[in-house]
Design a protein around this ligand. Structure first.
Ligand code: NIG
Ligand code: FE
Length: 382
């Protein structure tokens, strides 16, 4: 068993509430796990030593919301939006058509390329949803591809009702044959609960069916308008309600008094030119908040957690500390994971060495590539 000492850390953000930040720190990796963190002067001996020369270190980002299995492109839709059109989610069907027409190999290569892009920007845990197949076989193969890239796979057969389908018949398919085919490849079940997608009753029915099949719930809620999604997420004990852009006071209270995380996706507001969620209102009410990219070809075609951190600080009035917390430990909580998103003994040694002395620079120097090195399970990603 070899140990590696990461020495000469500027500011270490541990994510551990007991000691969240350590200035002038060091960290020991043993067997893919964190074995020790503390002040550099007190570090134990190790077999190997890496001097990071005053750079800041943070846990690998946990991107708890991404749609990476798709084909095609929605550049024209983006251009139309930047000329004043509104985002409605209607473009999802364009991506569904392209995805159905693509081969397994094409989908797998494209999804892997996006995961590689994420890794290079410091993400070491990513959730991947289906939702651009919307037939039993296209959803199943989307999830099978996702399982080759992550353990955090989400069945989103209830993304929209496919063109030409009867909504009631589609809900029966999603809760029946499609769920049976997809459940073996998924850890989570998700529904796009929104006007134009699925209403409250349908959302409850689909999530409940998924939970009976052994999946845990997460929900797209309150992206385009207020609706019942957040309340249902909290009632059913969903790990996360995602978007949370349009919330009633009752929604905020429900989140604050439940274990459900509010996952904010500022890349979507950026790319749809929409008002950002009110992160301050949520944090001040005591809600657990996560940040994720929502990477998808329609509403948020970014794979960059550093970009989301910068948006959260600048546009959502989160402090840099709140933003890094939400991008690491918050994301882990949204995925019900205790082994990632923080750096304390026995955590997986997933960490980002920044080309800056602290995480504050992720927001202070927006758009600048600040990821120097990424370790996942103690191994340096090349
Ligand atoms: O989270 N809102 C639903 N799903 C995605 C968008 C999908 C798309 O436009 O292709 C989202 O924003
Ligand atoms: Fe999404």
């Amino acid at each position: 068993m070899t140990t590696t000492l990461i020495d000469g850390i500027g500011l270490l953000y541990t994510g551990d509430p007991e000691r969240e930040e350590i200035e002038g720190a060091a960290l020991v990796i043993e067997d893919g796990l964190v074995a020790w963190t503390g002040e550099a002067g007190q570090a134990p001996d190790a077999d190997a030593r890496v001097d990071v020369a005053g750079r800041g270190v943070v846990p690998g980002f946990v991107d708890s919301h991404a749609h990476l299995v798709f084909a095609g492109d929605r550049t024209a839709e983006f251009q139309a939006r930047m000329s004043g059109e509104r985002y409605t989610g209607g473009g999802i069907r364009t991506t569904v058509a392209a995805t159905r027409a693509a081969s397994d190999a094409e989908l797998a290569v494209r999804a892997a390329a996006l995961v590689a892009e994420m890794n290079a920007q410091g993400t070491t845990t990513v959730e991947i949803k289906s939702g651009y197949g919307l037939t039993v076989e296209d959803e199943r193969r989307s999830l099978e591809i996702a399982t080759t890239l992550t353990d955090e796979t989400t069945f989103l057969g209830a993304h929209v009702v496919p063109a030409g389908a009867d909504p009631d018949a589609y809900v029966r398919l999603v809760t029946g044959d499609m769920l049976r085919a997809c459940a073996p490849y998924a850890r989570w079940v998700d529904v796009f609960c929104e006007r134009g997608a699925f209403d409250g009753d349908q959302t409850r029915e689909i999530l409940t069916a998924g939970m009976k099949a052994g999946l845990r719930a997460r929900v797209h809620a309150g992206q385009l308008g207020e609706g019942p999604g957040v309340r249902i997420a909290c009632e059913l004990g969903a790990a996360s309600a995602d978007h949370c852009t349009h919330l009633t006071s009752a929604d905020v209270d429900a989140l604050a008094s439940s274990g459900t995380v509010a996952t904010l996706l500022p890349g979507a507001e950026f790319s749809t030119r929409s008002p950002y969620p009110d992160a301050r209102r949520l944090i001040d009410a005591g809600v657990s908040v996560a940040l994720a990219t929502d990477c998808n070809p329609g509403s948020s075609y970014t794979s960059s957690m550093p970009f989301c951190v910068a948006l959260a600080v600048r546009e959502m009035r989160m402090t840099p500390l709140e933003a890094i917390r939400a991008a690491t430990a918050g994301g882990a909580r949204a995925l019900a994971r205790t082994d990632v998103g923080l750096l304390r003994p026995d955590s997986r040694a997933d960490l980002v060495v920044l080309d800056a002395p602290s995480y504050v620079h992720l927001a202070y120097r927006p758009g600048v590539p600040l990821v120097h090195q990424v370790f996942r399970g103690g191994l340096l990603l090349e």
